[in-house]
Design a protein. Structure first.
Length: 365
């Protein structure tokens, strides 16, 4: 009996089929999920990244690297190498996710954090500038790019950039650089005359999901403790974050790129993609949901008054994306946590690529 491959639900109306899409950071958590989704939609994906963090990473277990058009190991700090890769593969759409993404690690390697996040981003924009095939550039930064005064209201896209720690401030600096390159080299006023690039920046909340094993992140910390039979130490139990499943912002980035392609001067600016207000929860609440869905585990408050500074409160205002893009989060916190923990309960015994595709389908259903 011939099995016909089920076609994935396509909320982008066949837009990505046959498109040449370059993803930086595909070995990372968000990059691997984005590459799987794009590949399923028929895009010709070229990935540029460093080696994955661990053998348990979603990138490794899913095998996405062997399925896409090209999986290239290269450092975004090497500007010449980036230009060579772009020249060879002639991408039409670029999603730039590669970064040093951790707050606490940035205290240990502040210079490398800036080199990767700021100069790496500039190198990608310079590669875009040198490659005539590129029509759309979506530059991923973070919610931590805002100058966080721990206000009760969510930050809007026009709020000032800043950052206390080296990671957050490097992402604020990224936003300043993106804004400068857009004004200087990709100005909407000059579109069709001096250039043909639409450039935007996007800022997501605290993204969670299957296949993330990064150090000092709540979900990986919980799962490692559960798998080892240890009590889960909670470093900042009262810290409030805008938690969202990885597929939420990715759906926003992909929708934005489609809009930018169709209207190159209408969307080249900054965009927030966070959860609804009810998705804003404390670290302790999220860890409690992990235990509930996993079926076992114990939490312990391990807060340290002498630990390095991390923000206690951070929220995003997503009205702009809702109104102008027609984007909105699809899952509440409960559904999100069910999907997250489901991946970690199944990854050891199942085909991880198929598991990821199934979770994308559940997200879209």
């Amino acid at each position: 009996m011939i099995q016909i491959k089920k076609t994935m639900i396509d909320i982008f109306n066949n837009f990505y089929k046959g498109k040449r899409v370059l993803v930086t950071g595909l070995t990372g958590f968000k990059g691997s999920w984005l590459s799987i989704w794009l590949h399923e939609l028929g895009a010709e994906v070229v990935g540029v990244a460093l080696d994955p963090f661990s053998e348990h990473d979603n990138f490794v277990l899913s095998g996405i690297g062997s399925k896409i058009k090209a999986d290239i190991r290269a450092d975004i700090r090497d500007g010449q190498k980036m230009k060579e890769i772009f020249a060879e593969y002639q991408p039409e759409i670029v999603f730039h996710l590669a970064a040093q993404p951790l707050v606490r690690l940035s205290y240990e390697i502040p210079v490398e954090t800036y080199e990767t996040n700021v100069m790496g981003t500039i190198n990608i924009m310079e590669a875009i500038r040198a490659t005539k095939s590129v029509k759309v550039g979506v530059m991923i930064t973070t919610d931590k790019c805002y100058d966080n005064s721990e206000q009760l209201e969510g930050y809007v896209e026009t709020d000032p950039f800043g950052g206390y720690d080296p990671y957050s401030s490097s992402k604020g600096a990224c936003e300043v650089a993106i804004q400068s390159w857009r004004r200087s080299f990709f100005n909407p006023v000059d579109y069709g005359k001096k250039h043909t690039v639409s450039l935007a920046s996007v800022r997501a909340g605290n993204v969670i999901g299957g296949g993330d094993w990064a150090k000092d992140r709540i979900i990986p910390d919980c799962i490692r403790a559960l798998e080892d039979g240890r009590v889960i130490d909670i470093r900042s139990p009262k810290a409030v974050r805008p938690w969202e499943h990885v597929l939420e912002p990715l759906s926003g980035y992909m929708l934005l790129a489609q809009k930018m392609w169709n209207d190159p001067t209408g969307y080249c600016e900054g965009w927030n993609f966070g959860p609804e207000a009810e998705g804003v929860s404390t670290v302790w609440e999220v860890a409690t949901e992990v235990i509930k869905n996993y079926g076992s585990g114990e939490l312990k408050d391990s807060s340290d008054p002498n630990a390095v500074h991390e923000a206690n409160l951070l929220m995003l205002n997503i009205n702009k994306a809702k109104i102008r893009l027609g984007w909105k989060p699809r899952m509440n916190m409960q559904k999100c946590m069910e999907l997250v923990v489901d991946w970690y309960k199944r990854y050891k015994s199942e085909n991880v690529y198929a598991l990821c595709v199934e979770e994308i389908e559940k997200f879209l259903a």
